[in-house]
Write a protein that binds this ligand. Structure first.
Ligand code: SAH
Length: 223
């Protein structure tokens, strides 16, 4: 399949990617490890061939089914936030989408579990992760509002779709000192929140990072 071709526009254009990294640094991303992984991960294979030439722009791009591949800045910001209190070993992602954020996480974290409600998107994501040889990412077609209780608890959870209120199941599946990074709110603009479980207690500390635009977290699944 042409869209899974690793030799494409982006692979050959190292300078285009370096420009993107410079831009992310200018916007305040400072975790060198995160920047390095973004620089070395081909984003164009996560897009339809017709859009591949735009893969290294700092913008969100459509992936079909009314969904979008997040802007690189947001992927970087959320990943940096997830790692801000130290390394994470087991992370859950809600909303696999194209699989791009999953691929970034799988290069920074031992085990990545990712749930997607739209089956065809999940299947494509699976083939891309396989192509990149990322065997530590485990995918499930399910409603991520419920988390993935059999695999929890997680020391990090990242949601790339926005609920109106934080789902209790996600909070329940956070390990002691676990961190949840999630856009929250209704309408076009939401708040990106960073929620930490205080030790092994049932209390949580919330910090608001910035305003973001995500697709809504929708209950149920679609085949
Ligand atoms: N991380 C993705 C972003 C995709 S957009 C990427 O890098 O491409 C958000 C995704 O969340 C969409 O694919 C959407 O189908 C999915 N989603 C929305 N509600 C969901 C739910 N309840 N459970 C699982 N996935 C969900």
């Amino acid at each position: 399949m042409a869209e899974l071709n690793l030799d494409g526009i982006g692979m050959t254009s190292r300078r285009t990617r370096e420009r993107l990294i410079q831009r992310l640094m200018d916007q305040g991303i400072s975790n060198f490890h995160v920047l390095d992984i973004i620089c070395n991960t081909p984003r164009h294979i996560f897009l339809d061939e017709a859009l591949a030439h735009r893969a290294y722009e700092d913008s969100a791009l459509p992936i079909g089914y009314n969904q979008t591949l997040s802007q690189p800045y947001i992927v970087a910001r959320m990943t940096e936030a997830l790692l801000s209190l130290g390394p994470r070993k087991k992370v859950l992602e809600i909303g696999t989408g194209s699989g791009y954020q999953t691929a970034i996480l799988a290069q920074l974290i031992d085990q990545v579990f990712s749930v997607e409600r739209i089956e065809p998107l999940q299947e494509l994501a699976r083939s891309r992760l396989k192509l990149l040889g990322l065997r530590n990412a485990f995918l499930k077609h399910a409603d991520g509002t419920l988390g993935w209780p059999e695999k929890g608890p997680f020391d990090g959870i990242i949601s790339t779709a926005a609920p109106r209120v934080v789902p209790q199941d996600l909070l329940n599946q956070l390990a002691p000192n676990g961190m949840l990074v999630i856009p929250v709110g209704m309408g076009d603009v939401q708040q990106l929140q960073m929620i930490t479980r205080d030790g092994d207690s049932d209390s949580f500390t919330t910090a608001v990072l910035e305003e973001v635009r995500f697709v809504p977290l929708v209950s149920g699944t679609m085949s």
